[in-house]
Design a protein around this ligand. Structure first.
Ligand code: UD1
Ligand code: CA
Length: 459
C-alpha cells in the first residue's frame, strides 16, 4: 500500500521569525535538523517516496534533508498551496499524497498512519491533522462534528484570543492525488498574494464532501516551530520522548533533567547514564556501561562495560571494558582496545592503544600506534608536530614508557623496551633496550635490572 503514497514536505519558506542566517528547517533538535525529523516520521509511517520542496536557502535545506529524498523547487515562496503545486511533477505517480509542513517535527508515525487511513478507508478526499491547543498563530478548524468546514488563519483575523484552546491546523494533510492537483490550481491568492493550502478545506466542504479532522495522540505533536522559543520547547519534548524510549528499553537514566541524548543514539541494556551527561550524534553505546557523571560522548562507539566519568569522547572507538576519566579528552580517531585504562587529564588523538594498555595520568598521545600491555607513565608526550608536519610514533607490546618521557616523532619504541623518567627520545629504541637521558642514549636492560651502556657507536 505504501508505494502508492508520496510524502511532500514543505521546506521552502524563509522562516524569518527565527531571525537566523540558517534556514529554519535546518535548525536541529536532539541533534537532527527539523526537516529530518519530519522525513523520519513519514518513513516510519511506511512512506519511502519522499519529496522535499526547497526554495529559500535551498542548498542548506538539501544538505539538512540528506540524500535519501528527492527534491522539488519552489522558486519563490508564494505560499503553502503554491509549494505543493511545485511538487506536482515529482509526485506524478502517487495515488495518495501526505503533505507535511517541514517545521512540525514532533508528529508521531502512528498518528500519520491514522491520517493516511482516513483517506484510504473513508470516502473523504482530504484528511487534516488537529489537536486542541492554545491557538497562538496557528490556523484553526471550523468543525461540524469530525468534518471541517474551513480553516481560519489566526494571524489574519482580528479579535482572536491567542491563549484560547482550539482545534488547530497542524499543517499535516492526507489527500487523494486525483482530487488534489486540480483543486490546487483553483486556490485563489490571499491579500498578500500567497496561495494558502488551507483553502482546500473550504473547497472540499463547498463541494459537499468535507475534509475529515483526525486528532493526534499527544497535543505536542502539532508543535510548529516558527521562532527559537518554540524550538527550545520542541527540544524539551523530543528529549523527554527519547529518554523515555531508552528507559523503557532497559537503560537507567539517573537524572533525566540533566541528560541529553540525540535522536540517532543507540544504547544497550543495563547501561547507566549518570547525571550531566550528553550523548550526541550517531553514538552507539553497548550494554553494561556507566556513562557520566559529567560526560560528553559524540559520534563514538563504546563496547560493553565501558566506564566514562567526567570526560569528553569524540569520534572514537572504545572496545569492551575500557575505562576513561575523570577529566580526559579522546579526540577524533582514537581507538582503545579491550581493557584499556585511561585515567586523569589524558589527551589522545588519531591513535590506537592495544589491549590492556594503561595511561593513568596526564599525558598526550597523538598520531601513535601503541601495542598491548604498554604502560605510559605520567607526563608522557608525543611531540608529533615539528611546526610543519605531523609525525608518527609507534610503541611495541609490553613497552614501559617512564614518567615525563618526551617521544620526539617520528620515533619507534620496540617491544618490551623502556624509557627512563625524564628522557627525551629522538631516535628509535630497539626491542628490549632502554632509552636514558636528554637527548636519550640507548642501552640494554640487563637481566638483573641494572642498566648497561650500549656501544659508544650506538649513541
Ligand atoms: C501554516 C498553516 C497554518 C497551520 C500552521 C501549522 C498555511 C497558510 N497556514 O502556518 O494553518 O496552523 O502552518 O504549523 O498553510 N512553506 C513553503 N513555501 C511557502 C510557504 C511556506 O515551502 O511559500 C513551508 C515553510 O518552509 C514551512 C511550512 O511551509 O515549513 C509552513 O509555513 P509557515 O510559514 O511556517 O506557515 P504558518 O504560518 O506556520
Ligand atoms: Ca509554521
Amino acid at each position: 500500500m505504501s508505494q502508492r503514497w508520496t510524502a511532500i514536505i514543505l521546506a521552502a519558506g524563509a522562516g524569518t521569525r527565527m531571525r537566523s542566517s540558517m534556514p529554519k528547517v535546518a535548525h536541529p533538535i536532539a541533534g537532527r535538523p527539523l526537516v529530518r525529523h519530519v522525513i523520519q516520521a513519514a518513513r516510519d509511517a511506511g512512506i519511502s517516496d519522499i519529496v522535499v520542496v526547497v526554495g529559500h536557502s535551498a542548498d542548506a535545506v538539501r544538505s539538512a534533508a540528506g540524500d535519501e529524498v528527492r527534491f522539488a523547487v519552489q522558486p519563490r515562496a508564494l505560499g503553502t498551496g503554491h509549494a505543493v503545486a511545485c511538487a506536482r511533477e515529482a509526485a506524478a505517480e502517487a495515488e495518495y499524497v501526505l503533505i507535511l509542513n517541514g517545521d512540525v517535527p514532533l508528529v508521531l508515525p502512528s498518528t500519520l498512519r491514522r491520517l493516511m487511513g482516513a483517506v484510504e478507508n473513508v470516502a473523504a478526499d482530504l484528511a487534516i491533522l488537529t489537536a486542541e491547543v492554545p491557538v497562538e498563530a496557528y490556523g484553526f478548524l471550523e468543525l461540524k462534528g469530525d468534518r471541517v468546514a474551513r480553516i481560519i488563519e489566526t494571524k489574519e483575523t482580528e479579535g482572536i484570543d491567542r491563549d484560547e484552546p482550539r482545534f488547530i491546523n497542524a499543517g499535516q494533510y492526507a489527500v487523494r492525488a486525483s482530487w488534489l492537483w486540480p483543486h490546487l490550481e483553483r486556490i485563489a491568492p490571499a491579500s498578500n498574494g500567497e496561495r494558502y493550502l488551507t483553502h482546500l478545506a473550504a473547497m472540499a466542504h463547498d463541494e459537499g464532501n468535507p475534509a475529515i479532522a483526525v486528532t493526534t495522540e499527544e497535543p505536542i505533536e502539532v508543535r510548529g516551530i516558527n521562532d527559537r522559543v518554540q524550538l527550545a520547547e520542541a527540544e524539551v519534548a523530543m528529549r523527554t520522548r527519547i529518554l523515555r524510549r531508552h528507559m523503557l528499553a532497559g537503560v537507567t537514566i539517573v537524572d533525566p533533567a540533566s541528560t541529553y541524548i540525540d535522536a540517532d543514539v543507540t544504547i544497550g541494556v543495563d547501561t547507566v547514564i549518570e547525571p550531566q551527561t550528553h550523548v550526541r550524534g550517531a553514538s552507539e553505546i553497548e550494554g553494561g556501561c556507566v556513562i557520566g557523571p559529567g560526560a560528553l560522548v559524540r559520534d563514538s562507539h563504546l563496547g560493553e562495560r565501558c566506564v566514562v566519568r567526567f570526560s569528553t569522547i569524540e569520534e572514537s572507538t572504545l572496545e569492551d571494558g575500557v575505562d576513561v576519566g575523570p577529566y580526559s579528552h579522546l579526540r577524533p580517531g582514537t581507538h582503545l582496545c579491550e581493557g584499556v585504562h585511561i585515567g586523569n587529564y589524558a589527551e589522545i588523538k588519531a591513535s590506537r592503544l592495544g589491549p590492556g594498555t594503561k595511561m593513568g595520568h596526564f599525558s598526550y598521545i597523538g598520531d601513535a600506534e601503541v601495542g598491548a600491555g604498554v604502560n605510559i607513565g605520567a607526563g608522557t608526550i608525543t611531540a608529533n608536530y615539528d611546526g610543519t608536519q605531523k609525525h608518527r610514533t609507534t610503541i611495541g607490546d609490553g613497552a614501559f614508557i617512564g614518567s615525563d618521557t618526551m617521544l620526539v616523532a617520528p620515533v619507534n619504541i620496540g617491544r618490551g623496551a623502556r624509557t627512563s623518567a625524564g628522557s627525551v627520545v629522538n631516535r628509535d629504541v630497539p626491542e628490549g633496550m632502554i632509552a636514558v637521558g636528554a637527548p636519550a642514549r640507548i642501552r640494554s636492560q640487563r637481566a638483573d635490572g641494572a642498566e648497561q651502556e650500549e656501544s659508544e657507536a650506538g649513541r
